[in-house]
Design a protein around this ligand. Structure first.
Ligand SMILES: *Cc1c(COP(=O)(O)O)cnc(C)c1O
Length: 451
């Protein structure tokens, strides 16, 4: 193998990293991972870190899981990839059936893609196309400030994070934005509550009453994750479902971050008994092994695309690797592990333990807010809690705290100054302690030496 020095040099010379200021990256020491085992990652120097963000929120049962490895090897010995444009493959069929079985009732059709953004992009195009096939020309989407649905242009159009999406505004289709539920509630009521939920639903109802050209309401499931873990008031998702039904508008729920156990149930929708018209899945679908995503929808939507060939009603959309055999095989094994290892059952006490441990974060002077939904958590750092004053953006305080955690063997990536905890579901209590203790220690360091 090449020496670590050469790898570091080539990394900085040839590799343009996502969501990364490369000028800063090239000035710093970066982690180059080489292998993983359970919740641990090992870098090229053999240093060991707990993967406390599940490798960007997608690892579920740990790295290098024997069953997932075996599923891949077995599939690899048959075939790695065959096209699904007009033909099929075994694991893609089995997975489609399995996904329908575990999803909210009414979601009966599965359309595959490779990344979360594509799953949303496909839902957007399908929803738009659905109305066209029914002879109605609708064109506007309703979304929420601080929403994140991925980085392709359609997903960016319904995205509400100015820092990421503002630059591209001129390129995007029309979207009506309602306030971010969490930020709205905080500002208006100081907390998440029923009154606030009703007020938000009232705003949505106003839009749906006024406009007859709404294609769909698009929203994340229960929490705006990429915005810094901003949960919705309880029952909000259900309220949106009722309104979209009443006003005959489609509902797209993005479960890319929340799906596959992350909130304590297989999908968050199930906690509020919501069956949307579209459910977008990604991230945890393969247990964090391979890029795969899925857009689930209803018979109602599917049937609108049926017709004679010459009617040209079909969905002219697909990707080279749609329904890839290897990805689907590992996704199937991922779901089997949920049952065999009783993953969700074992997760419940860990969610409670996380809640308990997060309480102690409030004692830290620079912690401005602590938020949690299931096993997802965000700890917001501020310069001054009483004045609600943030740290200057350019100071990169979140990153600096995350870098310090590496000294304690914990790998984190913050969202701005929000420290994110998205640990693999299989993590043990004592490993959670290591993560949380490291985080508390590095936040305390901020008190000692102001940046
Ligand atoms: C990560 C994420 C996406 C985008 O998924 P990619 O696989 O990165 O394209 C979409 N929606 C939500 C809610 C996400 O968290």
């Amino acid at each position: 193998m090449l020496s670590p020095e050469v790898l570091e040099k080539w990394d900085k010379e040839y590799f343009w990293h996502p969501f990364t200021q490369m000028k800063v990256y090239r000035e710093e020491e970066n982690l180059i991972f080489e292998k993983g085992e359970g919740v641990y990652l090992y870098d090229i120097y053999g240093r060991k870190f707990i993967d406390a963000i599940s490798s960007l929120w997608c690892n579920v049962h740990g790295h290098n899981h024997p069953k997932l490895n075996r599923a891949l090897i077995e599939q690899l010995q048959k075939v790695a990839h065959t096209t699904t444009l007009g033909s099929s493959n075994v694991p893609a069929i089995l997975l489609a059936k399995r996904l329908v079985d575990i999803s909210p009732p009414g979601l009966t059709k599965v359309f595959y893609s490779e990344d979360g953004a594509e799953a949303v992009e496909i839902a957007i195009k399908m929803a738009y196309h659905y109305w066209r096939n029914r002879g109605e020309k609708r064109r506007v989407f309703v979304s929420f400030r601080e929403a994140y649905h991925g980085d392709t242009v359609g997903a960016v159009s319904v995205g509400g994070i100015d820092l990421f999406h503002g630059t591209y505004r001129d390129l995007l289709f029309e979207t009506i934005f309602l306030p971010s539920p969490y930020l709205f509630c905080k500002e208006r009521y100081g907390r998440l509550c029923d009154e606030c939920k009703e007020e938000l639903l009232g705003m949505l109802e106003d839009v749906l009453r006024r406009r007859d050209d709404v294609v769909a309401v698009v929203l994340e499931a229960g929490i705006q994750a990429a915005a810094g873990m901003l949960p919705f008031p309880k029952g909000f998702l259900k309220g949106v479902r009722e309104l979209t039904k009443r006003y005959g508008v489609l509902m797209i729920v993005d479960e890319v971050a929340t799906g596959f156990g992350r909130t304590g149930s297989m999908f968050y929708c199930q906690q509020e008994d919501v069956s949307p018209d579209f459910m977008c899945l990604g991230k945890g679908i393969t247990g964090g092994y391979l890029p795969l995503a899925a857009t689930l929808t209803t018979d109602e939507v599917f049937n609108a695309f049926l017709g004679e060939f010459g009617e040209k009603k079909h969905f002219y959309h697909g990707h080279t690797y749609t329904g890839n055999n290897l990805a689907c095989a590992v996704a199937l094994a991922n779901l089997e592990i949920f049952e065999e290892e009783r993953t969700l059952e074992k997760l419940q006490p860990k969610i409670e333990y996380l809640r308990e441990r997060l309480q102690s974060m409030w004692e830290l002077r620079h912690v401005g807010d602590v938020r949690q939904l299931g096993f997802m958590a965000g700890i917001e750092l501020v310069k001054d809690r009483d004045k609600g004053e943030p740290f200057p953006y350019g100071d990169r305080v979140g990153f600096k705290v995350a870098y310090r955690c590496r000294e304690k063997g914990v790998f984190l990536r913050p969202l701005g100054d929000v420290m994110v905890l998205m640990m693999p579901l299989i993590i043990k209590e004592e490993e959670m302690d290591q993560v949380i203790d490291a985080l508390i220690w590095s936040i305390r360091e901020l008190e000692k030496q102001p940046l």
